[in-house]
Design a binder for this molecule. Structure first.
Ligand SMILES: Nc1ncnc2c1ncn2[C@@H]1O[C@H](COP(=O)(O)OP(=O)(O)OP(=O)(O)O)[C@@H](O)[C@H]1O
Ligand code: SF4
Ligand SMILES: [Mg+2]
Length: 358
């Protein structure tokens, strides 16, 4: 049986703004990732992806506050641990986090090998700087990164190289779980592919044991992760295999996300690009019932006041909706039939091709 690398149970965190308002950005999130597996997290801007990533490190400082839940990394519960203890014994070794836009946050006046020194010395203050440099050289060689990059400043590197270097720095201590927040956003397609290839190589070679990859682009995850989880307004609305989530999402929000792109691959249809109308709710006052109800075309009166539990479906996925999967599928089938009868306009954005492997 495979080993669970990360298990999260009912994690709930909030921001407290300087006006003392609570923002409920992560609400009762539970998930599991097995050794050697990767999980993608997708959802619109503001749905809580980055806050979940931050919360998973168990290292809280204002305005982010822990409220409840467990974070268990390779059998060790890190929630409730002293922040100093987390910094010394968890960050970088148990969990490493690459924040959104991390590559732009590198201090431009320091050489790359100095950042590696910082990470290692924070963990082992007695480490020898020469040894650290040699170790960094070895890791760069293993990852196919040019050794001369170690003696360059961040500003001297291209965007794609900078991002790969950031990944190498963050994983220098071979963390069990790597959380990468939008690591390939803002990169050109070639650099994006190189970053994704590097992350996959690191998984294959055991430099990391499990990975969370965050993006607002659901189809990109099809190339990268085993499973995909969709978040909406701080909650998980659906999780399944990458294939299920991309080609057969059942939650109305996941389906809405997928229908906003084209899937021109064998076995799928071309669909009209449709944005999800409306905007996510204000997380200072989240709705009492289903958080998607305001925007859901299938909402029923009960959806607005009933909290929807997460349900396990027989095909292995989990979802949060008051309508059963067979009923949802029947609704979608009828919609597709009606749409097929209507002439479709050519999309202006060009197709998004979904092919496993980059
Ligand atoms: N420092 C903060 N203080 C208060 N609220 C915050 C803070 N940071 C984020 N939020 C709020 O928390 C919610 C979740 O934001 P988060 O950044 O986690 O979303 P996201 O899914 O990562 O979005 P994006 O795709 O734009 O990166 C949003 O309502 C956001 O406005
Ligand atoms: S619970 Fe109701 S409002 Fe929410 S997604 Fe399902 S049908 Fe839509
Ligand atoms: Mg984010």
């Amino acid at each position: 049986m495979s080993k669970t690398m990360l298990e999260v149970k009912g994690l709930t965190t909030k921001y407290v703004t300087r006006f003392h308002e609570d923002v409920y950005a992560v609400d009762h999130v539970s998930l599991k990732i097995e050794q050697g597996k990767s999980l993608g997290i997708a959802g619109e801007s503001g749905c809580g992806k980055s806050t979940l990533a931050l919360s998973l490190m168990g290292y809280y400082f204002p305005p982010l506050h822990y409220m409840s839940g467990d974070i268990i990394v390779d059998g060790k519960n890190i929630s409730g641990m002293d922040p100093d203890d987390v910094r010394k014994n968890v960050l970088g070794t148990e969990i490493a986090y690459i924040p959104q836009a991390a590559m732009n946050a590198l201090n431009p006046t320091r050489k790359i090998h100095k950042f590696i020194e910082d990470v290692i010395l924070a963990h082992d203050p007695k480490a020898n700087k020469k040894d650290i440099y040699e170790m960094a050289k070895g890791r760069f060689a293993e990852l196919g990164l040019p050794l001369e990059a170690l003696d360059k400043h961040a500003v001297e590197l291209s965007g794609g190289m900078k991002q790969r270097v950031v990944i190498a720095i963050s994983t220098i201590l071979k963390p069990k779980v790597l959380i990468a927040d939008e690591p390939s956003s803002a990169l050109d397609v070639t650099s994006q592919k190189m970053v994704i290839k590097m992350l996959r190589d690191m998984m294959d070679r055991g430099f990391i044991q499990a990975m969370i990859f965050i993006t607002h682009e659901l189809p990109l995850l099809y190339n990268v992760t085993d499973d995909i989880m969709v978040m909406y307004a701080g909650q998980i609305v659906e999780r399944g295999s990458a294939k299920q989530m991309v080609f057969d999402p059942v939650h109305p929000y996941s389906r809405g996300l997928m229908n906003s792109i084209l899937v021109p691959e064998e076995g799928t249809r071309d669909v009209k690009l449709t944005a999800i109308p409306g905007t996510p709710p204000n997380l200072k006052r989240p709705p009492a019932g289903c958080r998607f109800a305001e925007r859901c075309r299938y909402a029923q009166p009960a959806c607005r006041y009933n909290q929807m539990p997460i349900i396990d479906f027989e095909d292995g996925r989990t979802y949060r909706c008051g309508i059963s999967v067979p009923e949802l599928r029947e609704i979608y089938r009828k919609e597709d039939e009606a749409n097929a009868a209507q002439p479709t306009e050519a999309p202006t954005d060009g197709p998004v091709r979904l092919t496993k492997g980059v």
